[in-house]
Design a protein around this ligand. Sequence first.
Ligand code: ADP
Ligand code: MG
Length: 346
Amino acid sequence: MARRPRLHEFRLIEQLRRSFGRTGSAVIRGIGDDAAVVMPPKGRQLVLTTDLLVEGVHFDLGTASLKEVGYKAAVANLSDIAAMGARPEYALVSIAIPASWTAPRVLRLYQGMREAFRPYRVALIGGDTSSSPRGLFLSLTVTGSVPAGAALMRSGARAGDLLYVTGTLGDSLAGLVLLSHNRRRHAAPAMSSSDRRFLIDRHRRPIALPRLGRALSAGRLASAAIDLSDGLSGDLHHLCEQSSVGAEVAAASLPLSPSLQAYARASKSDPVTLALRGGEDYELLFTVPPAKRRALQRMARRAGRRLTCIGVIRPKAFGVRLRDTSGRLRRLAVTSYAHFRDVVPE
Ligand code: ADP
Ligand code: MG
């Protein structure tokens, strides 16, 4: 039997540099020195975000491929940059790798990241490498920039602003539940394979929206924004707290994909509950002053994106409430979870 090639830190870094260390003209020094050096973009402010993923907490290599883990880690960061209305630019990657790993496994992680970064020309300019006594740790830092003063904050919403979301909600959560059915060989809900595939794909290959985020900040179309990583109910509460406002959401307006509706029928679950709870959709939730509504609609047509008005911002004293499908107004409880495993049926 061939001996497994041992992972050699410096050889690995050299390989990462050759395969992934693409640099632009603004990169004075990328991978290979003590630190990276880049030209600051003229007249712009820097936007920086980081995310830590821990095997067994945020992902499980029994169900997700390494490429998928890398891809989703990159999307989570790109989505944060998108929610700030910024342009993503550079990435730094820190990994702690179990001793048994080979270099090709590490490279697969990076291939997933590259796939997510490529459309935005995000350049890998550095990182750090360590061995891990238990499981994989992956920490990604992505930087970007916005024109000075243009960053979209969570804190800009005002009473009277309209509340919008991009895309459809709850698909990723339904996809995750379907995957866990497969894994446990549970009887799957009776639904078409194309609906099933759509939902699983939404879970495995979410798409961040940095271009849409930039369109929202350009022309000040949005007054506030947040990305939907934890689920609408929780993320809306974050936005309302930061802005010191309340909100009224109409359950009947929540955008639901036909596949999610098919899943809800087949599994006898409530699609509105899924939409409020579901995380990892990486859609954007944002507020728009009523005077900007027309301009927003024009932008959405140009961008070919589905934007849905799901409610309105209210004064803080109103609280965060849901008008349910029978017309009753009730408090909107936080049902979203940071970690999906909590809602996957055993
Ligand atoms: P130092 O000991 O000074 O931190 P390293 O040997 O850790 O230097 O890193 C050398 C170069 O390789 C640096 O440019 C660093 O950013 C880069 N690097 C190290 N690990 C990674 C990684 N996992 N991914 C990308 N770049 C890395
Ligand atoms: Mg180092």
